[in-house]
Design a protein around this ligand. Structure first.
Ligand code: C5P
Length: 400
């Protein structure tokens, strides 16, 4: 329910600005009180009058104009609103927000705003995939900003790719979820593991896998945003710990096991997203192994199965595993669910191109111990995290 909620709609200067009108209509239809803030360039695509008429509120567009005083009531109201949604967000506006630059009404308001922020990017696909833009997006995500990924399709520049503004109905849903679900996991203690493990061979070499940690970090971030008390145990990744999440770092499976054992008894839910390596060298050489021009035979022994160990001591906890499979996805995941005594398993097909490891999106199937199978479409890892958290919430409600 967003009825009566104060929402700021930030509009930046891209061809998709006209879709902000549709979003505004949807928000107003749901009886939210909407304040529109425009970037300097947004006015080149659409006039403030349109937004003013539809929202019934003055539009904040000029920092140094007639309405420039920061004490103006509607600017104050905007700063104290329940949520800021920027749609469309151009590469330029994202760059400014990520770097703390303030030179127009939208970038000023973003810096002053203290509440939750949703960003729906829209731009040419080349721009969207540019590492500078992706880095800016990652930095903002690490600070707790939520993104509604652009869709693939025909772009204004004539090419086809990822960059189309998400449909206004999808943005509305994200706004509703964020406002309604703001605190829906309050009181729940969630333990999440993420990233790969590293098993050393000698001081400079190790065995690892390409897990980026993005899925586990998304679960931890969304759970924390939804009010849960979150502990994250992370293998080596380049990601920053999400705001408000107690994070412990480790490298080897053995270290991760020790941390999970320490924190498991006190949690309500364990979400084991980490891609734990299955093998470790039987001995770690103290000195760097010399290259002698001959074959090097390694003896590998199994790592401890953390999930199995944890579920052996399971009391009231809900235990969730992940399964990356390259064949017989559902059947193999079901077998793991039983063997590891899990409540739910999230399976994905790692042979499918463009999803899974490293990527920002994935296509997964949720299988629970009752045998229910729910195949999700391709979604961002953040959206998958929210679906998983909805299942966790439903499970908690059933216990009552
Ligand atoms: O058996 P498999 O490695 O495919 O199982 C995947 C699930 O088990 C994941 O949730 C992973 O985090 C967990 N796992 C574990 N300890 C291991 C290997 C996997 O907890 N040694």
């Amino acid at each position: 329910m967003i009825q009566g909620k104060k929402i700021v709609l930030g509009v930046s200067g891209g061809i998709a600005a006209y879709k902000a009108v549709e979003l505004l209509r949807l928000l107003v239809r749901e009886k939210a009180e909407v304040f529109v803030v425009m970037s300097a360039n947004a006015g080149k695509f659409i006039t403030p009058l349109t937004f003013e008429s539809l929202s019934g509120n003055p539009v904040y567009q000029e920092v140094f104009g007639e309405q420039s005083s920061a004490s103006m009531p509607h600017i104050r109201a905007a700063e104290n609103a329940d949520l800021l949604v920027v749609a469309p967000a151009t590469a330029g506006s994202i760059g400014k927000m990520a770097n703390g630059l303030a030179d127009d009404a939208l970038s000023n308001l973003y810096l002053a705003f203290r509440g939750p922020v949703l960003i729906a990017p829209a731009m040419n696909d080349g721009m969207y995939l540019n590492p500078a833009v992706q880095e800016n997006i990652s930095r903002m995500k690490e600070r707790g900003v939520e993104f509604i990924d652009p869709e693939e399709g025909e772009l204004a520049c004539g090419t086809v790719g990822q960059g189309r503004l998400a449909e206004p109905s999808r943005i509305l849903r994200a706004v509703q979820t964020r406002i309604a679900g703001k605190e829906d996991l309050t009181g729940l203690k969630i333990l999440v593991t993420a990233g790969p493990t590293q098993e050393p061979l000698d001081p400079v070499r190790y065995i690892t896998n390409p897990s980026s940690g993005k899925m586990g970090y998304a679960v931890a971030r969304q759970a924390s945003l939804r009010g849960a008390e979150v502990t994250l145990i992370s293998g080596p990744t380049h990601l920053k710990p999400p705001a408000g999440v107690k994070t412990f770092r480790c490298k080897q499976a053995g270290e991760m096991l020790a941390l999970v054992k320490e924190h498991f008894p006190d949690c309500d839910v364990l979400v084991m997203v980490a891609a734990v390596g299955d093998f470790q060298p039987d001995t770690v050489q103290k000195e760097k192994i010399k290259k002698k021009g001959e074959t090097l035979a390694l003896k590998l022994i199994p790592t401890p199965d953390i999930l199995l160990e944890a579920s052996k001591t399971k009391a009231r906890q809900m235990v969730i595993g992940f399964a990356a499979e390259s064949q017989n996805v559902v059947q193999s995941a079901q077998e793991k669910l039983k063997r590891k005594n899990l409540d739910l398993i999230v399976a994905n097909d790692i042979s499918a191109p463009g999803i899974g490891f490293q990527s920002d999106s994935n296509q997964v199937t949720l299988i629970d111990k009752e045998g229910t199978i729910n195949s999700l479409p391709r979604l961002s890892k953040q959206e998958i995290a929210d679906v998983l958290l909805d299942r966790i919430k439903a499970n908690e409600e059933n216990k009552l």
